[in-house]
Design a protein around this ligand. Structure first.
Ligand code: AMP
Ligand code: MG
Length: 353
């Protein structure tokens, strides 16, 4: 299959030309086809959420386990009532405050949502993305687009159209290229099918931000647990995920000690003839002596670290490094989502110094 990569960024083309391209992509979706598209979080792989065959195509293209449900993307609040049985008052408050935006909410599903889309569950995850091209695509594609991240299952999520092409070229008919995304990690997921709403996946919208709007909220105990018995509730959070091909090892502790340890480890790797990558920051990158050093951003701006995380893991894949040593980041604010994704990418390999 030929994969068309369609540029929808503003440079040198009019708004009308862009609208027409997105409209054509919407027609493809209505016919049951797959289109990758930018959102504010990461690139999504979209299909008509109400068409079971279209949803199945997503699982096939990604190699995604069939028990891992998809998030349905909508473009206006009225459409929510069609795909869920009930929206609790607190969920309405969150929608008012954070939609469109990087927040996904889980509800009991209505009958029009096929089990193929929800991985067999009676609940459905819904989000309204904060991205003009995504919203227009949803409208022209029929209003309900199922879209997981547009990567091969298990790999880092795509934050640029080039990343999507690496994984999906030849497997899907179209990629809308809207340039690099703004946030760079996936949405926060809040489950309203629980008595007390529960965060199943941390993201840009933090527990504190949610608490300010609705009061009490729980965090899925399965998220922090290293105990195999306590599994995360979101099926997708139980797999090794977001991972580069190389082994990733996090080194955690005071800055000087971390740097010293990473230098030792990278030196040893080099001596053993292994190519090593190092994930440092603007503040620390010049202190590394061995391996290929990349800066993930600056510690004074956690958003910059979120934005570069997946891209840097993919860059190391391209360079064929065998082992990556990374500094680790504090778990406050968006740092919690960064830490969660890094731990999963590292398969929980952390060295404390
Ligand atoms: P992705 O869109 O690929 O980033 O993954 C969507 C995430 O949402 C996965 O971790 C899913 O397991 C999770 N998810 C989607 N729908 C549900 C649901 N109904 N219940 C629990 N988790 C869900
Ligand atoms: Mg994903």
């Amino acid at each position: 299959m030929e994969t068309a990569i369609v540029n929808i960024t503003d440079d040198r083309q009019g708004k009308e030309a862009i609208r027409e391209k997105i409209h054509a992509a919407g027609q493809l979706i209505r016919q049951g086809g797959l289109v990758a598209f930018p959102t504010e979080t990461v690139y999504g792989l979209g299909a008509d959420a109400l068409n079971p065959l279209a949803s199945e195509r997503i699982y096939k293209a990604k190699g995604r386990p069939s028990d891992n449900p998809l998030i349905i993307h909508i473009s206006n609040l009225e459409d929510l009532d069609q795909i869920v049985t009930e929206v609790p008052k607190q969920a309405r408050k969150l929608a008012d405050k954070f939609w469109p935006g990087p927040l996904t909410m889980i509800f009991e599903k209505s009958d029009i949502v096929p089990l193929e889309t929800t991985g067999g569950l009676q609940t459905v995850a819904v989000r309204m993305p904060d991205h003009p091209a995504a919203l227009l695509l949803i409208q022209s594609g029929g209003g309900f687009i199922a879209a997981p991240s547009a990567n091969t299952s298990g790999k880092p999520s795509p934050t640029r159209a080039e990343h999507v092409a690496e994984d999906m070229r030849g497997r899907i008919p179209m990629i809308l290229d809207g340039g690099p995304v703004g946030i760079g990690i996936e949405s926060t997921i809040v489950d309203f099918s629980e008595k007390i709403p529960m965060i199943l996946r941390p993201g840009y919208i933090t527990a504190e931000m949610i608490q300010e709007v609705i009061g009490e909220i729980r965090i899925d105990p399965g998220l922090a647990s290293e105990n195999e018995e306590i599994r995360p509730k979101a099926p997708g959070m139980k797999y090794r995920h977001y991972a580069p091909r190389a082994d990733l090892i996090l080194v955690s502790g005071p800055k000087e000690r971390v740097q010293k340890k990473i230098n030792e480890l990278a030196k040893k790797a080099e001596e053993e003839g292994k190519s090593a990558g190092i994930i440092g920051t603007e503040e620390t990158r010049d202190g590394y002596r061995y391996g290929i050093v990349k800066s993930i951003g600056t510690r004074t701006d956690a958003d910059s670290i979120a934005r570069h995380l997946y891209g840097i893991l993919r860059e190391f894949d391209q360079l064929d490094v065998e082992i990556i040593y990374s500094e680790s980041f504090s778990a406050s604010g968006i740092g919690q989502a960064i830490r969660n994704r890094m731990l999963k990418a590292a398969g929980h390999q952390v060295i404390e110094v």
